[in-house]
Design a protein around this ligand. Structure first.
Ligand code: ADP
Length: 548
């Protein structure tokens, strides 16, 4: 018979993260730029107390284990208190992306059967509009103080979050839950079909938070000041609210103030060392910093993911501002972290240009996630940096099923079951560096060959007159599909179609160069800041290529 370990078996619970932060980093600050406009200062100790009060308040509202508490909120201390208060007490924190269409928000809240809905004042008009359509919500809680409550609202019995907390003692003991209990839910954006819920557990969240803090991941420490630009309303701000508790560092929350100027002032004022966000956010911040000839004094590194980080952006962060830009890849179904690009010892002696090319890839898997690339028959493909295939993953924080869906989304690799298909197409090199070439639905199939839209976008983004670029497939009578480049120019920049196409020469194989360029004032984005290719394709569905 196997000999069992003689170690303690405390479950991995989200409440344990907060208990640790309170006990060992109680005085460390949590700073929030709030919807109300003020800069609020709190500590891990205070957040822990208010989280316990929130747990008591939800219980007083009649919430029972497993009930969903919805949120429509920016990054801020109250949102953090709901994260810990709801999950810690056995409820499920359901973050809803307020940038979705109102119909999608209603659909998601009804699908998740939210019992309570907590929201920032920004979203009061939205909630007033959708409340009559909410089938299960019994309590609406405005995340503000008594002084900021509206005199009247279309929502009957609108509750005040700070009042609810003030009525509780905070004398509360976190329950010892099964570590596989659901802790939170996040829905995918549902670019095709209805959104689907990823249900995280306490165990998956804690393991992800440990891994995310490692040096080859986000490298979080007690010496950091972390400002998550990534929203708490989508995939738990990439787990930063949890990793920050593990290392006990200062957290700075920007609230709704995400424009270049506000962010820059917050970075400087609070001495932020580390941040994370999608490329479009850095575009805004860099444009502001450049236009005003500013420099960061404490900002040292950032993780960029959610969509491919253009190499030109990585270079600018590194060379112009001395900020280490770490490229990362993941998805809602993966909590979200899968890979990050950091060099190994051996690679440190490679020529700088080769190092740069590695760093531009999406990177290596962190322990807890394994990956493979497969062909359409489920056979694994070699890790040669050339063969591209469907990227599949498995691991401690990867979903096995969606909420409310009993069918398994998993596939087999060489006959071994249990892999999640990401919908991405990628290569993996001999050192394990993965590179996304496309989402499977975005690849351009030209005469039987695949062209990576990301490669073409990255080249365009390296042109100094280009602000943003997206490449989509356009119909072609001979080649089936050919790349069409859609570009937003930098303000006041001069650039012609011919100049931009000439820029591709020598940078990519001739047959992959886009067939046409269209300049537009704006490229549509999804609720998570990605280029909305579906919409773009609809917009240019009849586009006649000059080569056709
Ligand atoms: P959505 O917001 O579209 O529901 P996610 O936020 O889960 O979905 O996004 C996951 C997808 O985003 C990945 O499957 C991949 O296509 C894309 N993605 C994420 N990070 C990167 C990256 N670094 N490079 C390229 N694509 C990325």
């Amino acid at each position: 018979m196997a000999l069992m370990g003689r170690m303690m078996t405390d479950p991995l619970l989200i409440s344990s993260l907060l208990k640790h932060a309170e006990r060992h980093s109680g005085d460390t600050e949590i700073v929030s730029k709030r919807v109300e406009g003020d800069l609020h200062r709190s500590t891990w100790r205070e957040v822990a107390l208010r989280s316990r009060q929130a747990a008591q308040a939800f219980a007083r509202l009649g919430c029972a284990p497993g009930d969903r508490v919805g949120t429509l909120a920016w990054n801020g201390h109250r949102h953090l208190e709901i994260y810990y208060g709801a999950s810690g007490s056995g409820l499920v924190c359901h973050t809803i992306n307020p940038r979705l269409f109102p119909e999608q928000i209603v659909w998601i809240a009804n699908d998740a059967q939210d019992r309570v809905l907590c929201f920032d004042a920004t979203f009061l008009p939205l909630v007033e509009k959708v409340a009559p359509l909410m089938k299960t919500v019994q309590h609406y809680v405005l995340m503000t103080s008594r002084a900021h409550m509206p005199a009247a609202s279309a929502i009957p019995n609108l509750l005040c979050f700070d009042d609810l907390l003030a009525a509780e003692s905070g004398d509360y003991h976190w329950p010892q839950l099964d570590e596989n209990t659901a802790s939170s839910i996040c829905y995918t954006s549902g670019t095709t079909g209805n959104p689907k819920g990823a249900v995280y557990s306490h165990r998956s969240t804690v393991l992800h938070a440990y891994a995310a803090a490692l040096p080859d991941a986000m490298d979080c420490s007690a010496r950091d000041v972390i400002l998550p630009v990534v929203p708490m309303f989508h995939v738990n701000a990439w787990g930063l609210p949890y990793s920050a508790a593990i290392v006990g560092c200062k957290l700075v929350m920007p609230g709704p103030h995400l424009d270049g100027k506000s962010l820059f002032e917050l970075f400087e004022g609070e001495k932020v060392s580390f941040s994370a966000g999608v490329p479009t956010v850095w575009l805004g911040l860099l444009n502001y910093v450049k236009a005003n000839n500013l420099k960061f004094s404490t900002f040292k590194r950032t993780v960029i993911g959610g969509s491919a980080c253009p190499p030109a952006m990585m270079k600018s962060l590194q060379q112009d501002y001395g900020i280490e830009a770490i490229h990362a890849w993941g998805m809602t179904e993966m909590s979200p972290l899968g890979t990050l690009s950091k060099l190994t010892t051996r690679q440190l002696s490679l020529p700088a240009e080769q190092q740069q090319r590695l760093l531009e890839k999406q990177g290596r898997a962190i322990y807890g996630v394994d990956m493979a690339i497969i062909d359409d028959d489920g056979r694994s493909l070699p890790w040669d940096g050339q063969s591209s295939g469907n990227l599949v993953v498995r691991g401690h924080w990867v979903i096995s099923k969606y909420f409310n869906h009993e069918d398994s989304p998993l596939v087999s690799v060489d006959g071994e079951p249990g892999w999640f298909p990401t919908g991405d197409v990628a290569t993996i090199d001999a050192d394990g560096f993965m590179q996304i070439t496309d989402r499977s639905k975005d690849v351009i199939k030209s005469g039987g060959e695949w062209i990576s839209s990301i490669d073409l976008e990255n080249i365009a983004m390296a042109h100094p007159a280009v602000n943003e670029a997206a490449v989509i497939a356009a119909r072609h009578p001979k080649w089936d599909e050919r790349p069409l480049l859609v570009v937003v120019k930098k303000p006041d920049a001069q650039l012609t179609r011919e100049e931009l196409l000439a820029f591709y020469e020598g940078r990519i194989a001739k047959w992959q160069i886009p067939d046409d360029v269209v300049f537009v004032p704006e490229i549509p984005h999804t609720a998570t800041g990605k280029v909305q290719k579906l919409k773009l394709r609809d917009q240019f569905v009849g586009h006649k290529l000059p080569t056709a």
